[in-house]
Design a binder for this molecule. Sequence first.
Ligand code: NCD
Length: 305
Amino acid sequence: MHLISIDDLSVADIKALFQLSDGFLEVAARPIKKVPTLRGRTQVNMFFEPSTRTQASFEIAGKRLSADVINIKGSSSAVAKGESLKDTILTLESYRPDIIVIRHAQVGASRMATRYTKASVINAGDGTGEHPTQCLLDLYSLRRTYGALKGLKVAIVGDVVSSRVARSNIFGFRKMGIEVRLVGPPTLMPPGIECWDVPVHYDLEALRDVDVIYLLRMQLERVQGGLVAVPSLREYSRVWGLDPYRLQPGQRVMHPGPINRGVEMTGDLADCEQSLILHQVESGLAVRMAILYQALAPQLEEEAA
Ligand code: NCD
């Protein structure tokens, strides 16, 4: 079973993932944090773009499930010698992996990978396309914090145009009954945003009545030909950056990380009690264990029968 887009999952699939994640969260609290679930299975993590939490959590998740995990990094793999993604996948396919986790700068890279492997492919971020596992961990973090998801109000703020997290989260959050709005300067909204059927606001006033403010990183690495969407980072942070004084009592702040302290938020906001940033990271490990399990669940259940 592949996980390429958040739309691959139904509400029931997402709820089942939450239930599995509850179990894996409990495993993480034990002194010995390992279960034999994926013993003898091979998981290949292929990261062609930088990553800390996604890569580390998929690696730890696989290891805690007892899978054999190998990591391929773009910069140190044959890709740096000019090998195509197709050839890299075909080469690794000879080792018969069970799961391939892939992050790549090209939209659609993980979907393409499914054509050349029998492994379950998990999209760990494809360019500005999607980041379904981030959406799932964010949903799980919200569920742990609020109990119910339905009726929550979330504002996604900032660099929407470059953000695969925004794309997955808009669709995944709404699927679970969360009210989503986008907030930021018009130059950071994607062309054709009207078709997404999501309210867009160009003023921080729109944050006043939401439960959660979900800040996005300014993705300078995706900007070509110099920063033109905003006059300068200093100007962006002055107008759109959040600090604890701009928060309403009881509001929570989320961010997928890595945060740019002083750009989309001040350091004291990132570290304050209303910030869920590290809670998201903790949730990410349990959710990714659940995702790895679910990717192989049909096989595992068939073998157990
Ligand atoms: C996000 C990503 O890579 O898309 N980060 C992550 O996976 N934790 C968001 C970002 O880099 O801003």
